[in-house]
Design a protein around this ligand. Structure first.
Ligand code: NAD
Ligand code: DAU
Length: 358
């Protein structure tokens, strides 16, 4: 791999947000991207098919826990930044089996930080001060809000409630410590729920779209009144690029869509857009498919993000409303049948059987 000025190393770039980020990056920036991804069930190189022959893009299959591999890759590619997405990301899976979450999210982030520190310590002063380690995290580290509490800010106390959010909280603390102790120029972004193209259909929005299209029951947990703040994935990618270029090292930035919506309203909105776009589907209106099912254990009631800091300090604002973003997303799934077929085979069916007895 040639040594190119300005290269960034992305981890987990074959997943949902990582692949959107790489596509967004290559469309907006001249610099090269190296994508290190283990290709778990959630990683899909097909997400990046459109840039696979771009000279600025390199894919390396590997595990962030493999310190030898990470050390070699850093020396070979000499990145000016690491943008760290790689994680186990699904709350329900963390409830069924937390081991992989601790392994990748905690130990993996630790390994990456250690190798980044070794690399960063050895580069020259100019490169050192320009280097950034951007850690992509979640609003779930702050726990759950009641209906009337103010939105999470960067100073809200951490109170993670699921194995997933606890593992992300641990990784956030490690990242923070590497700045405080070693002076490493780290940045952390904590973002709300993303949606958009290439999202694996274990998550609410793509799962509802696919079930509605195929006439399967649409599972809504509990009373359906849990609230999430939805952000279109491209807006998140733009926020990460902004924080990477202008964020202050050692700082954390909350990112949100200012779109607090109850789950049942998300589901009925998707059903009505599909009624319009797919009036001849087997079951119409699609909302007839809504089925209330057993609640998620420890289900957080409400998330809301106060994104004032990134808005006022760095000038980032989301471009998409939920109405525009959800239409684009539904249309993307309608136009990408082969992608859906490729991700809903073997291991996906197994997961659906475990989680929903389907
Ligand atoms: P995802 O599950 O779609 O993708 C994760 C990617 O990481 C996959 O490509 C997978 O193969 C890779 N990966 C997993 N373990 C690895 C390992 N040990 N080594 C190398 N690669 C590995 O996740 P996503 O939804 O794209 O989330 C990306 C990041 O953003 C995560 O850190 C997540 O916590 C965070 N986040 C997600 C959301 C959201 O709504 N999806 C919101 C806020 C923050
Ligand atoms: O808030 C950011 C987080 O958002 C990210 O850190 C996580 O990686 C991401 O998975 C997401 O977590 P959630 O648990 O909020 O997302 P999920 O899509 O799994 O669920 C959204 C809401 O919908 C939640 O209240 C649970 C509910 N739900 C989910 C599924 C899969 C259902 O009612 N039925 C379902 O079948």
């Amino acid at each position: 791999m040639e040594n190119r000025h300005g290269t960034i190393l992305v981890t987990g770039g074959a997943g949902f947000i990582g692949s959107n980020f790489i596509l967004h990056w290559l469309a907006s920036e001249p610099a090269h991207v190296v994508n290190l991804d283990k290709l778990t069930y959630a990683g899909n190189p097909a997400n990046l098919a459109s840039v696979s022959s771009d000279r600025r893009y390199n894919f390396v299959q590997g595990d962030i826990c493999d310190r030898g591999l990470v050390a070699d890759l850093l020396l070979k590619t000499r990145p000016r930044a690491i943008v760290h997405f790689a994680a186990e990301s699904h709350v329900d899976r963390s409830i069924h089996g937390p081991d992989d979450f601790v392994r990748t999210n905690v130990n993996g982030t630790f390994s990456l930080l250690e190798e980044a520190r070794a690399y960063w310590s050895a580069i020259n002063q100019a490169e050192k001060s320009g280097f950034r380690f951007l850690h992509v995290s979640t609003d779930e580290v702050y726990g759950s809000l009641s209906a009337t509490e103010p939105a999470f800010s960067e100073t809200t106390r951490y109170a993670p409630n699921s194995p997933y959010s606890a593992s992300k909280a641990s990784s956030d603390h490690l990242v923070r410590a590497y700045h405080h102790t070693y002076g490493m120029p780290v940045l952390t972004t904590n973002c709300s729920n993303n949606y958009g193209p290439f999202q694996f259909p274990e998550k609410l929005i793509p799962l509802v779209i696919l079930h509605a299209l195929s006439g399967k029951p649409i599972p809504v947990y509990g009373d359906g009144l849990n609230v999430r703040d939805w952000l279109y994935v491209n807006d998140h990618c733009e926020a990460i690029r902004t924080v990477l270029s202008s964020g202050r090292p050692g700082e954390t930035y909350n990112i949100g869509g200012n779109n607090e919506i109850k789950n049942i309203d998300v589901v009925t909105t998707i059903c009505s857009v599909l009624d319009e776009l797919r009036p001849t589907d087997p079951i119409v209106p699609h909302k007839k498919l809504i089925t209330f099912v057993k609640d998620r254990p420890g289900h957080d009631r409400r998330y809301a993000m106060n994104a004032t800091k990134v808005e006022t300090e760095l000038g980032w604002r989301p471009k998409e409303t939920f109405e525009s973003g959800i239409r684009k997303t539904i249309q993307w799934y309608l136009n990408n049948e082969p992608w859906i077929q490729s991700v809903t085979s073997g291991s996906y069916r197994q997961w659906m059987a475990t989680q929903y007895s389907l």
